[in-house]
Design a protein around this ligand. Structure first.
Ligand SMILES: *Cc1c(COP(=O)(O)O)cnc(C)c1O
Length: 235
């Protein structure tokens, strides 16, 4: 039962991704779907995997560490939540990308642990576009200096930017934040063009991923739209 719901949800989400891409004149292959499986059991992940999904997102290190060993090895785990520096060690080598870099100290810790492990960790910088007090992320106006400060770190590769837009019933209200994140990315690439090319924009969730795609998202992070009970039927 639950299994076919996940499969149906995925079919619906992909259809909506394709429609958003068509509206924006984009190729759907440019938009990666990260299935946000936080709090959901490994069986739910496996069902999505068998429906063709390879990218999964978690916001707790422990959940990646628990699920990954019992699931197929070609799954890419994305660490999308706030990462505490004392948890960094546990995620290195287990996550394909860390989405929430928002302090120099965190970036330094990730770099140090990655170097120790002999890898370069792909990371995204989290930007709090709407200046919400409750949210993590650097301020957009600090982004240039922040990139300058962490760019020399040898153990990280800055792949792009990530934002969590405000919760809203009206996705259109978040367009301004998605557009702003994209502009910021263009500006940063312009300023640091000798040392950096960011190509990832991780933005858009169940409530607003279509608007995010129209504004250039290359990763959307969808949880309840795939695994939740409420959103399994169209409309
Ligand atoms: C939970 C979560 C999501 C998914 O949210 P839904 O509204 O369930 O799609 C996306 N991004 C982050 C960072 C999250 O923590």
């Amino acid at each position: 039962m639950a299994e076919s719901i996940i499969k149906n949800n995925l079919a619906e989400i992909h259809a909506r991704i394709e429609a958003a891409c068509a509206r924006a004149g984009r190729d759907p292959s440019e938009v990666g779907l990260i299935c946000v499986s936080k709090t959901k059991p490994a069986e739910a992940v496996l069902e999505a995997y068998h429906a063709g999904e390879k990218l999964f997102g978690e916001n707790k290190v422990q959940e990646i560490r628990e699920k990954a060993p019992v699931l197929p090895e070609d799954i890419q785990w994305h660490m999308i939540g706030h990462l505490q520096t004392n948890k960094v060690k546990q995620v290195i080598g287990h996550a394909a990308m860390i989405h929430g870099i928002d302090s120099v100290r965190l970036a330094e810790t990730v770099s140090k642990e990655a170097v120790k492990a002999g890898i370069v960790m792909p990371v995204l910088i989290e930007v709090n576009m709407a200046a919400e007090e409750s949210k993590y992320g650097i301020r957009p106006e600090d982004a240039m200096d922040f990139v300058g400060a962490i760019l020399p770190l040898p153990g990280i590769k800055i792949e792009g930017l990530m934002t969590i837009a405000p919760y809203t019933e009206t996705p259109e209200e978040n367009r301004v934040y998605f557009r702003g994140l994209r502009k910021l990315s263009v500006d940063i690439n312009g300023k640091y063009s000798d040392n950096l090319f960011m190509h990832v924009l991780s933005m858009g969730m169940t409530g607003d991923f279509e608007v995010a795609i129209e504004e250039g998202a290359t990763f959307v992070r969808v949880g309840t739209g795939i695994f939740g009970e409420r959103n399994y039927h169209i409309e």
